[in-house]
Design a protein around this ligand. Structure first.
Ligand SMILES: NC(=O)c1ccc[n+]([C@@H]2O[C@H](COP(=O)([O-])OP(=O)(O)OC[C@H]3O[C@@H](n4cnc5c(N)ncnc54)[C@H](O)[C@@H]3O)[C@@H](O)[C@H]2O)c1
Length: 372
């Protein structure tokens, strides 16, 4: 199969869909890999790294799209890229179609087959191609939060680990899923006094079993949250209710009960945010202040550490990418129901129910499509 990887064109996107190592694995199995010049630069991979892996470098995205049987990317195709997709071509990338009718209609009109990273599943009910980015955002949250806590950045001027004779920062993590667990691990590793709140007792049991007393955990109620935020130096928002906007767990009124200069890091901002005063920010201007409380609300946190994110995403996508290349999408999806769960669009038909429901478009079962 000819596998193509264009340079990402969405603003502030420095990741790339294919690492040189992934390219090398595909080439070793007899596939051809075509990379747009400079595609890996934002993640620290030069053209020479891809050439050493055996890939071909081309000058334009148009050449990638014209040649490849399968396009591997990171972000959803932008309008200019969608015009280059063609009937029968396979697209493997993040799509997030439900809130994006323009993209959905363009993909349907193109006749391509599109498999979305975010809906591929695993045997434990997780989303294996979303998890690596949650791991990155979770581990980054205490890092950016501790920077914001510094006095010159508007924070309280508190050091995460304290020093002998001075106590550590108090960190509250709301939501103990993938983001929250990784955030708690790093914050505790920095020496902070960490408490994780979650609504799921099985999750709290898991955290207790695995992490013991490295950090505390508590059942999440409005009362527990109100009490804990009063003494916190940093609050990390990491909740998710699948398919719904994030619940607002800290109100504007409550900001007056928090210590001046404390930091709210709202990782859940991509689902609307879990603090009432959160609004999405960018890496260029990541923080702002409301009522004396600092907020960090970057919606694409993994972009700040593009190299780590690219490699982490590549590790997760590679087995699926290789299966698609080796077997073709239909056989690969027949053999793996978790990959089939990623099928969103095929030959002008929508194949993912939640997207059809959100956009009012008829859906054909993916099981019917793979047998056709
Ligand atoms: N900003 C970014 O760059 C970025 C990157 C990755 C993920 N995210 C977002 O981070 C959020 C968390 O993702 P995740 O992968 O950890 O999800 P997850 O499903 O693994 O974990 C969410 C947790 O929130 C808990 N929860 C739900 N309601 C709660 C409540 N009221 N109080 C306490 N806990 C509650 C759930 O029980 C679950 O354990 C999502 O909104 C995700 O989209 C943002």
């Amino acid at each position: 199969m000819k596998i193509g990887c264009p340079k990402e064109i969405k603003p502030q996107e420095f990741r790339v869909g294919m690492t040189p190592n992934a390219a090398q694995e595909a080439i070793a199995r007899g596939h051809e890999v075509i990379i747009e010049t400079g595609a890996g630069q934002g993640s620290g991979f030069d053209n020479t790294d891809y050439i050493a892996a055996g890939a071909t470098i081309v000058d334009t995205a148009a050449e990638v799209f014209a040649t490849a049987d399968m396009i591997v990317k990171v972000k959803e195709p932008q309008a200019a890229e969608r015009k280059m997709l063609r009937e029968g071509q396979l697209l493997f990338t993040y799509l997030h179609l439900a809130p994006d009718p323009d993209q959905t209609h363009d993909l349907l009109a193109s006749g391509c087959t599109a498999i979305a990273y975010e809906t591929v599943t695993d045997s434990s009910g997780g989303l294996p191609l979303l998890a690596p980015m949650s791991e990155v955002a979770g581990r980054l949250a205490p890092q950016v939060g501790s920077w914001t806590l510094q006095k010159a950045n508007g924070g309280r001027g508190v050091l995460m680990g304290g020093v002998p004779g001075v106590g550590p920062a108090k960190v509250v993590v709301i939501g103990g899923g993938v983001v929250g667990t990784h955030a708690a691990q790093i914050a505790a590793g920095m020496g902070a006094d960490v408490t994780v709140l979650d609504r799921s007792l099985p999750r709290l049991r898991y955290l207790d079993d695995v992490f013991g007393n490295r950090f505390k955990n508590q059942y999440s109620t409005a009362g527990a949250t109100a009490e804990l935020i009063q003494t916190a130096d940093m609050v990390i928002g990491a909740v998710l209710i699948p398919g719904a906007a994030a619940p607002k767990l800290v109100t504007r009124e409550q900001l007056s009960t928090i210590k001046p200069g404390a930091v709210l890091v709202d990782v859940a901002i991509d689902q609307g945010g879990c603090f009432e005063t959160s609004k999405a920010t960018t890496h260029a201007e990541p923080i702002y202040e409301v009522d004396g409380i600092m907020h960090y609300c970057v919606a694409n946190m993994p972009g700040a550490v593009a190299r780590t994110s690219t490699i982490a995403l590549g590790n997760a996508t590679m087995p699926f990418m290789l299966a698609l290349a080796d077997k073709g999408w239909k056989q690969a999806c027949q053999d793996d129901p978790h990959l089939l769960a990623g099928l969103n669009v095929h030959a002008g038909q929508l194949t993912y129910y939640a997207v059809g429901k959100a956009l009012g478009i008829d859906v054909v079962s993916p099981n019917v499509v793979i047998k056709s």
